[in-house]
Design a protein. Structure first.
Length: 309
């Protein structure tokens, strides 16, 4: 009985993941040209990345080099690194640790499935093994994508106040780099995610990188449309020599309006999302509480009337 229940749960989860994967594959991309250019650039760097991992003396680099030798391993490493960067995890060993945990999780699920089906014939174990492997490799990616969405949500929530403060600091006469560093220092404990991104951009510019390239990498790391607009505004203002403080003030008001609209949309969706829990859990309990006290005396009276006859 327990084995059948686990099989149906795993089969249902696998079907859900397959449907979700199909929707993700056919979903329209936000920036297909930029994604294609990034894909071509990363493909050109595959050989150099493998050589760097092979020459690296650390354990994580050697582990990633071994994974890259398998078919699809290099794509898995690049995709994991991209998602980790967008989630705000940029340690040098983060990709190796994530891939190792994903492999251990898949092996644990596979071992558990083989133990549950140890008494079944090999022909009936194929579906369970495939489902365990599929869940083992897809659930860590889903968890990582949820981390990415959480990091993006934090950046979006911090953006209006940060842009407003940046405009105020620029109005005092400081340069853009100094203003961004000042804002990141002030908001380090309130909005640490966006403060860290500002610090990264300033450090890249101070290291000799062009400001346009630094802001483009900032947009690539986050993937947020509001940050893309902010970066374009800053680059164009520096290029044409226009006043950035006033533009940032207007843009901060627009960001607050968007944040309020997103909150109103979430409130509007809450009623629809609560419909299914209400129908499945609250209404049956309400029917039991309201009807049972009246039904029990009625049944008792009917039993007494039947006995009297």
């Amino acid at each position: 009985m327990l084995t059948n229940l686990l099989f149906f749960l795993i089969a249902g989860g696998t079907l859900t993941l397959l449907l979700w994967t199909g929707l993700e594959l056919f979903r329209t991309q936000e920036d297909p040209l930029g994604d294609r250019l990034e894909e071509l650039q990363t493909q050109a760097m595959v050989a150099s990345a493998r050589a760097a991992r092979r020459k690296g003396g650390t354990g994580p680099d050697r582990f990633l080099y071994v994974i890259s030798l398998f078919p699809g391993g290099e794509d898995w490493i690049r995709g994991s690194e991209r998602l980790l960067h967008r989630a705000g995890v940029r340690r040098s060993y983060a990709a190796a640790l994530y891939i190792a945990c994903a492999l251990l999780f898949a092996l644990a699920l596979l071992s558990g499935m083989l133990w549950l089906q140890r008494n079944n014939p090999p022909s009936s174990m194929v579906g369970g093994v495939a489902a365990a492997l599929l869940l083992g490799f897809m659930l860590p990616k889903i968890f990582l994508e949820r981390m990415v969405n959480r990091y993006r949500r934090k950046l979006q929530e911090a953006l209006p106040d940060t842009v407003d403060l940046l405009g105020i600091v620029l109005g005092t006469g400081l340069a853009l780099d100094q203003s961004m560093m000042r804002v990141s220092e002030e908001l380090e404990y309130i909005y640490p995610e966006l403060a860290g991104e500002f610090t990264t951009v300033v450090m890249q510019v101070r290291a000799g990188q062009e400001r346009t390239v630094a802001f483009n990498q900032f947009v690539r790391r986050t993937g947020i449309e509001d940050i893309k607009s902010l970066s374009a505004m800053i680059v164009q203002s520096e290029k044409f020599g226009t006043s950035l403080a006033q533009a940032l003030k207007v843009y901060a008001d627009a960001l607050r309006t968007r944040r309020r609209l997103r909150a109103e949309a979430a409130v509007g969706k809450a009623g629809v999302k609560m419909l299914f829990p209400i129908v499945l859990f609250i209404l049956p309990a309400l029917f039991v509480v309201t009807l049972v006290p009246g039904v029990i005396p009625a049944l008792r009276d009917l039993r007494m009337l039947g006995g009297g006859r």
